[in-house]
Design a protein around this ligand. Structure first.
Ligand code: PRX
Length: 621
C-alpha cells in the first residue's frame, strides 16, 4: 500500500506552493510520504531536478552580471575579488568537468578539506552539477579525524589546499591529508589548490595540481538530472555517543526548505549583500553561505580570515568595505569582540546594515544587547535562528522586521515546523508556559534522511527517545507568547564556540594517554566560548609534575580530534563519583563545575562518596 503523508492539507498546499517557485525538470508524483514512526520520510518523490540549475542557470537571464560571491581574503592588504553569477556558472561547469576527468561519477563521494576560498564553494556546486555527493571536513580537524571521515564516507577524491591562512597562521592542509590517507585504499585522487605556497609533496599518479588540470577543462557541463531523494551531501557531526555521524541530506527537500527559510528569515531584497561568517565546514556554511543565498540570487560574502585579525575591527571594516546589509554570525564571535569595548564598532557607522543574525548556540542577553546597540545601532532586528546539522535549515527564528523581538529568544517556528515540548517521561506538555525537551512533531523537507551507512543509529538517536517524534537533544522554555528560548543541550554534547563536541569522543581521546586510567568530560560555563571543556582524569601512577601530564593530554586530544576539542581545564582526581554499578555520575561533576553545589543531591549512595568533597576542593578556577 502506498505510504500516507504526515501533513495536514494546509501544509501540503503550503509546501507545494513553495516548491513551485523552484525549477524542476519534472514535478513530483507525491509531495510527502512517511513519518517519524516508520522513519522513511520522502519529499517530492518522483521529481527530477538539479540544484545547481536553481542556484545558477535560472539566474543567468536577469542576474548574469550580478555579483554572486565576494571573496574577502585573510590579509586585508590582498585585494578582494568577486565572481558574477555568469562567472560562477562557468567556474562550476569547469570544476565539474575536472571531476569527471578524474573519474568521478554520479553517486561518488568527494571530500573537501580546505580553507575558505571560492574554490571550495565552486567545488561543492561542481559535485552537485554531476550528481556526486560532497562531504566537507572542517580544516580545524586533525588528520586522524579526517581519516575517520574519509574511511566512513569512502570518498574517492579529496580537494585540499597546500595550506590555509587563518590570521597569522598557515595550516599545512596538504601534508595533513598525506598523513590521513596513509594506506587508505578507497581514496584515489588528491587535488591541490595552491594558496599559501608552503612546500608540499606531490605523489605521482595520485596528487594533481588544480591549476594545471582546470585550464584544459571545458566551460560548459550539462546538469545531471537527479531524483528528488538522491543524496546531495554528507556532513559529519558529533553526538552524545560513539564516533561522529555522517548526516545525509537529499536534494529537493533540502533545496526547498533552505531556499525558502533564507528568504523569509532575513526578508531578502534584491540588492542585499549577505555575510555569513561561518566556515563551510559546518552546516551553517552549507545552508546559508552557499545554497540559501545562491538559490535566491543573493550576493554572498566569503571571508577567509578570523574576527580579530589583524585587529578586532576587522568585522566592522569588512562590513563598511563591502556595504554588507545582513550579518549572520555566532554569539562566540560577538562575545570575543565585545571584550575589546564598544568604541571599536561605534567608530564605524555601518549604515548599510539592515539585519543581524545569530546562530549556533544560545545567545546571552548581554551579548544580544551589545550586538543590537553597538553593531546594529538600535536599528537592525536580530534574528536568533535555532536549528541543527540534522534539520538542514532554520527551524525557529524571528522573521526580520516582522516578528516582535525578545532578546535571547529564538521566538517562533517557521511555517511548516511544529515544535513541541516533552517532559522526561515522554508526555507532551500542553501548557503554554513550560520548560521541557524540544521535539518536532511532523517531517519538514530539509530533515536529514539517515546517518550514512547506519540507518539503525539514525532511528535510535533521533526517533526512539520519544516514540513518533524527532528529538533534538535540546532543552527549551516556552513563554506566554508561545516564544521559544533554547536553553542548550540536554544530552552529552558540549557546544564549544557553537561547535558540537561529544563528551564521549573527548574522553576516548584522553584515555589514549598512557598515564590515564579513566576520564569524565563535562561542559563548563565559559565567558567567550559559551561552554568550555572540563576534564576530570584519574591516573594509573603518581605524577609529581601534573602540568606536563596536562600538556600531554591536550596534545593527545589535538592529535586525535583537533585543537577545537582541547580541554580548557583538566583536574587530576583520585576517583570519579560512581554509582554502585560503576556508572560515572557526570551530573554531579556538572554541578561542581557550574558551582551549583546546593543541587548536587544525595551522594551517600555512591560507591565512593568521599571523592566528591576532594573533587570540590581541587576544582580549577
Ligand atoms: O544546541 C543547539 C545549538 O547548536 C546545536 C546544533 O549544532 P550544529 O548541528 O553544529 O548546528 C549549528 C548551526 C545550526 C543545537 O542542537 N544551537 C544552534 N542554534 C542555536 C542553538 N542554541 C540556541 N540558540 C540558537 N539560535
Amino acid at each position: 500500500m502506498p505510504k500516507q503523508t504526515a501533513l495536514t492539507p494546509e501544509l501540503q498546499t503550503y509546501w507545494s506552493e513553495v516548491a513551485n517557485t523552484f525549477f524542476w525538470k519534472k514535478k513530483w508524483e507525491s509531495l510527502q510520504t512517511g513519518d517519524f514512526n516508520d522513519v522513511d520520510f520522502k519529499w517530492f518523490n518522483g521529481a527530477r531536478l538539479n540544484i545547481t540549475e536553481n542556484c545558477l542557470d535560472r539566474h543567468l537571464e536577469k542576474r548574469r552580471n550580478k555579483k554572486a560571491i565576494i571573496f574577502e581574503p585573510n590579509n586585508p592588504n590582498e585585494a578582494a575579488s568577486f565572481l558574477t553569477f555568469g562567472e560562477l556558472h562557468l567556474s562550476v561547469c569547469r570544476f565539474a568537468n575536472l571531476l569527471k576527468k578524474k573519474g568521478i561519477k554520479k553517486g561518488d563521494v568527494v571530500c573537501f578539506y580546505m580553507g575558505m576560498t571560492p574554490e571550495l564553494m565552486i567545488g561543492l556546486l561542481a559535485c552537485a552539477r554531476i550528481g556526486a555527493i560532497h562531504t566537507v571536513v572542517f580544516g580545524g580537524f586533525s588528520p586522524q579525524s579526517l581519516r575517520g571521515r574519509l574511511d566512513d564516507s569512502k570518498a574517492k577524491l579529496i580537494v585540499t589546499h597546500d595550506g590555509a591562512y587563518r590570521g597569522d597562521k598557515v595550516t599545512p592542509l596538504k601534508s595533513m591529508v598525506d598523513e590521513a590517507v596513509i594506506d587508505l585504499t578507497t581514496l584515489e585522487t588528491i587535488i591541490v589548490v595552491k594558496r599559501t605556497n608552503n612546500p608540499i609533496e606531490m605523489k605521482a599518479g595520485r596528487d594533481f595540481d588544480y591549476a594545471e588540470l582546470i585550464k584544459d577543462c571545458d566551460l560548459y557541463c550539462p546538469a545531471q538530472e537527479m531524483e528528488a531523494e538522491d543524496p546531495l551531501f554528507i556532513l559529519y557531526t558529533s553526538g552524545s555517543t560513539g564516533k561522529p555521524k555522517g548526516l545525509l541530506h537529499t536534494i529537493a527537500g533540502y533545496m526547498v526548505h533552505v531556499g525558502k527559510s533564507f528568504k523569509d528569515v532575513f526578508q531578502i531584497k534584491e540588492n542585499d549583500i549577505f555575510w555569513c561568517t561561518a566556515d563551510i565546514g559546518w552546516i551553517t556554511g552549507h545552508s546559508y553561505l552557499t545554497y540559501g543565498p545562491l538559490l535566491n540570487g543573493t550576493t554572498t560574502v566569503m571571508f577567509e580570515g578570523i574576527p580579530n585579525y589583524p585587529t578586532p575591527a576587522r568585522f566592522w571594516e569588512v562590513i563598511e568595505k563591502h556595504k554588507i546589509s545582513i550579518l549572520y554570525t555566532a554569539p562566540t564571535a560577538i562575545r570575543s569582540l565585545e571584550k575589546f569595548g564598544p568604541e571599536i564598532p561605534e567608530s564605524f557607522p555601518m549604515k548599510s546594515l539592515r539585519v543581524l543574525g545569530s546562530v549556533g548556540e544560545p545567545i546571552n542577553e548581554e551579548a544580544w544587547q551589545w550586538y543590537h546597540k553597538h553593531v546594529g545601532k538600535n536599528q537592525c532586528p536580530i534574528v536568533d535562528t535555532w536549528w541543527q546539522t540534522e534539520t538542514g535549515g532554520i527551524m525557529i527564528s524571528p522573521l526580520a522586521g516582522i516578528t516582535k523581538l525578545k532578546p535571547a529568544h529564538a521566538t517562533l517556528p517557521l511555517k511548516g515546523v511544529e515544535p513541541i515540548l516533552v517532559d522526561d517521561k515522554g508526555n507532551i506538555i500542553n501548557e503554554l508556559v513550560a520548560t521541557g525537551n524540544l521535539c518536532i512533531k511532523t517531517p519538514w523537507p530539509s530533515l536529514a534522511r539517515t546517518i550514512y551507512g547506519d540507518h539503525e543509529r539514525f532511528i535510535q538517536t533521533y526517533f526512539s527517545t520519544y516514540k513518533g517524534l524527532y528529538f533534538t537533544g535540546d532543552g527549551a522554555k516556552r513563554d506566554e507568547d508561545g516564544y521559544f528560548r533554547i536553553t542548550g543541550r540536554v544530552d552529552d554534547v558540549i557546544n564549544v564556540s557553537g561547535h558540537r563536541i561529544g563528551t564521549a569522543e573527548v574522553e576516548e581521546a584522553i584515555n589514549e594517554n598512557p598515564h590515564v586510567t579513566e576520564s569524565a568530560v563535562v561542559g563548563m560555563p565559559h565567558p567567550i566560548k559559551g561552554q568550555g571543556i572540563y576534564a576530570f582524569v584519574t591516573c594509573n601512577d603518581h605524577l609529581d609534575n601534573t602540568e606536563e601530564l596536562e600538556k600531554a593530554i591536550r596534545d593527545t586530544v589535538t592529535k586525535i580530534i583537533g585543537p577545537i576539542a582541547k580541554p580548557d581545564a583538566i583536574q587530576i582526581v583520585e576517583g570519579l563519583p560512581k554509582t554502585r554499578s560503576g556508572k560515572i555520575m557526570r551530573r554531579i561533576l556538572r554541578k561542581i563545575v557550574e558551582n551549583d553545589l546546593d543541587n548536587i543531591g544525595d551522594t551517600s549512595t555512591l560507591l565512593n562518596p568521599d571523592c566528591v568533597d576532594k573533587i570540590i576542593k581541587g576544582k580549577k578556577n
